[in-house]
Design a binder for this molecule. Structure first.
Ligand SMILES: O=C(O)CCC(=O)C(=O)O
Length: 287
């Protein structure tokens, strides 16, 4: 049921070709476009913060989970802690810096801006994200939004990278059911989400696409592409570290939940609502 993501890196910076591929496949898999040293500096910055709360072994850059956490005692304001991790300068240089803006400008064929609100995901063994599309979270002011998922270090297949349901950007029945749906105000509709990737792909007679991601490799996809992540089965207890950030053309109306110095996020609770804000010993909620 697994297939390989098609590598579109050679199309960069041809805007027309990138847009066509995104439209055809529902995603762009771009490798080797980031400065690897910058990505590894971001990884070190995030994991050093988790080492300071007892969650990551030394040396932090390896990202080995200790299995314990002192986050609640040492950082009682979990949301403020996670905001400061998510706004680290080395991290932001990768997720919001000139290089990624140049790449996404090519994808849209016009200048684009990132959401200030950032999703950073350290995922220990056993974690995954179930299938969903991003429309209900990020498309309320414009549908012209893409998600940029970036591996902040090596994320081989067995360590739980992002996965796409092949052809799902053309599941028109699901797109029709999704339009106008905002996850914050329409909680009933969440129940319609498929339970797991395999059952979902089987029911649609399709496959899961993923790849061995290297540091800085990216998957870019639109709001109707169904995706999630594979389980992390690292045999050495290594966490998967990734970011997912939304970009939209600079002229499109902005959803105030995701922009500004103190973005409220989907529910208004700020960074405290994110899985990343929880001590790693505690399980993830649905998003
Ligand atoms: O990385 C993950 O676990 C999920 C990523 C995701 O859902 C997204 O990028 O929208």
């Amino acid at each position: 049921m697994m297939g390989k993501l098609v590598d579109s890196s050679a199309l960069f910076p041809n805007s027309r070709a990138l847009r066509q591929r995104l439209d055809d496949d529902g995603y762009l898999f771009l490798r080797g476009l980031h400065d690897v040293e910058a990505v590894l500096a971001a990884r070190q910055e995030v994991f050093a913060r988790l080492e300071a709360v007892g969650e990551v072994e030394s040396p932090a850059r390896e990202g080995i989970f200790t299995g314990i956490s002192h986050r609640r005692e040492r950082e009682p304001d979990l949301g403020a802690f996670w905001k400061s991790v998510s706004e680290g300068p080395c991290l932001r240089a990768v997720t919001h810096g000139p290089r990624i803006r140049e790449i996404i400008r090519a994808v849209f064929g016009e200048p684009a801006v990132p959401h200030d609100y950032a999703y950073i995901r350290p995922a220990p063994v056993g974690r995954s994200t179930g299938p969903h599309c991003d429309y209900p979270f990020f498309a309320q002011t414009t549908e012209r939004v893409v998600t940029v998922w970036t591996a902040l270090g090596p994320v081989p297949l067995r360590e739980g990278p992002v996965t796409v349901i092949e052809g799902s950007h053309r599941f028109d029945d699901l797109a029709d059911a999704t339009r106008g749906f905002d996850v914050a105000s329409d909680t009933d509709r969440q129940a319609t989400r498929p339970e797991n990737h395999v059952a979902f792909a089987r029911s649609r007679n399709t496959r899961l696409l993923s790849a061995d991601f290297g540091p800085g490799d990216m998957l870019i996809f639109g709001m109707f592409t169904w995706h999630g992540s594979l389980d992390n089965h690292s045999p050495i207890g290594r966490m998967r570290l990734s970011s997912d950030i939304r970009f939209q053309p600079a002229g499109e109306p902005k959803d105030p939940r995701y922009f500004g110095p103190n973005p409220g996020g989907t529910t208004g609770a700020g960074y405290g609502e994110l899985n990343g804000a929880k001590p790693l010993t505690e399980s993830w909620h649905i998003r």
